[in-house]
Write a protein that binds this ligand. Structure first.
Ligand code: SF4
Length: 331
């Protein structure tokens, strides 16, 4: 049994106009030392998936179905106290914006010591020693000096290294990183991703990386999930997905990568946008944006078709519609 096993997870949000389903039938596993990327545009459901693992979905959202088994226990059924122990001690989260984690009025050292003492029985001296050890681990320059600095005295890249050091304080088994480099410039993004990769390998950490960027997923993860309108639409080994994507949405994301474009020309984009939760189209939710959509796509939800190590939810991949007939239609 894998350390983390998410089975048929479903999340709903109760709005004034009625309930909407933000996540449907999401299943995956993760073990120590494995790296999984969850990718999709904004509104695809990837952050909802990450937040539900840590039971951080707040009202009006709630987990309405499925299981999140961690070490055999269903996290969605734990008390707030039990969940607090899991968060931090066993699973840590790195948020997109460092200021969501860092307290601007406390020094880095004070925050790290406070975090350690809230979860373990260590003396302030021992907590400071552990904090320094973690700052060294994330290769922050002049780590002793950083302990006595305030967040506003640090660059964006340094703040993100400190967030990673805080996430490592209690030696978790898994780190969930939600768009950890979005707020940083490109060269720093690459450094932080390299650091995360190195730490996962060196510390045998499991990583769930949430991102809109398939390029980042290909750089860091071994397995990938592509999400659209709250569902998984493609899942499998990252290399296979990048080299031979089956689903038209994944193909669109790959074609939109800057490295696929011609210098000086506009980047390829998937036309249209992600539907809002209360207006997810029937059938395949991607059909209004898909170049291959046929009548069946408007009414029937596609099931998964396995191809090599990957599976994709698409009628075209399943052979239920043909590329040929669509090509004829467009000429
Ligand atoms: Fe496109 Fe149809 Fe496949 Fe959906 S099921 S991705 S609309 S071809």
């Amino acid at each position: 049994m894998a350390l983390l096993e998410v089975k048929n997870l479903e999340v709903k949000f109760g709005l004034r106009t009625g309930e909407v389903t933000a996540l449907r039938d999401v299943s995956f596993t993760l073990d120590r030392g494995q790296r999984l990327g969850i990718v999709g545009e904004s509104g695809a459901g990837k952050s909802v998936a990450a937040f539900s693992i840590l039971n951080l979905i707040s009202r009006p959202g709630y987990i309405s179905g499925g299981e999140i088994l961690f070490d055999g226990k269903d996290l969605s059924k734990l008390s707030a106290k039990e969940m607090r122990y899991i968060r931090g001690n066993r699973i840590s989260m790195i948020f997109q914006d460092p200021m969501m984690t860092l307290n601007p009025v406390l020094t880095v050292g004070a925050q790290m010591v406070e975090c350690l003492q809230a979860h373990t029985k260590v003396s302030p001296q021992e907590a400071r020693r552990i904090a320094l050890e973690k700052l060294k681990l994330v290769q922050i320059p002049s780590p002793e000096k950083r302990l006595d600095q305030y967040p506003h005295e640090l660059s964006g890249g340094m703040k993100q290294r400190i967030i990673i050091a805080i996430a490592l304080l209690l030696n978790p088994d898994i780190i969930v990183a939600d768009e950890p480099t979005t707020a940083l410039d490109v060269t720093i993004q690459a450094e932080i991703m390299d650091l995360l990769l190195e730490l996962c390998k060196g510390q045998n950490l499991g990583l769930i990386l949430i991102t809109h960027d398939l390029g980042v997923v290909s750089q860091v993860t071994e397995q990938a999930i592509v999400m659209y309108a709250g569902r998984i639409i493609e899942q499998g080994p990252t290399k296979e997905i990048i080299n031979d994507a089956q689903h038209p949405y994944t193909q669109g994301l790959i074609n939109a990568l800057p490295q696929q474009g011609i210098p000086g020309e506009r980047l390829n984009q998937i036309r249209g946008s992600m539907p809002p939760l209360h207006r997810v189209p029937n059938g395949c939710a991607f059909h209004p944006r898909c170049d291959y959509a046929d009548t069946i796509c408007e009414t029937e939800l596609p099931g998964f078709t396995q191809s090599g190590g990957c599976k994709a939810a698409c009628h075209l991949v399943a052979g239920r519609i043909s590329l040929k007939s669509k090509a004829e239609e467009t000429h």
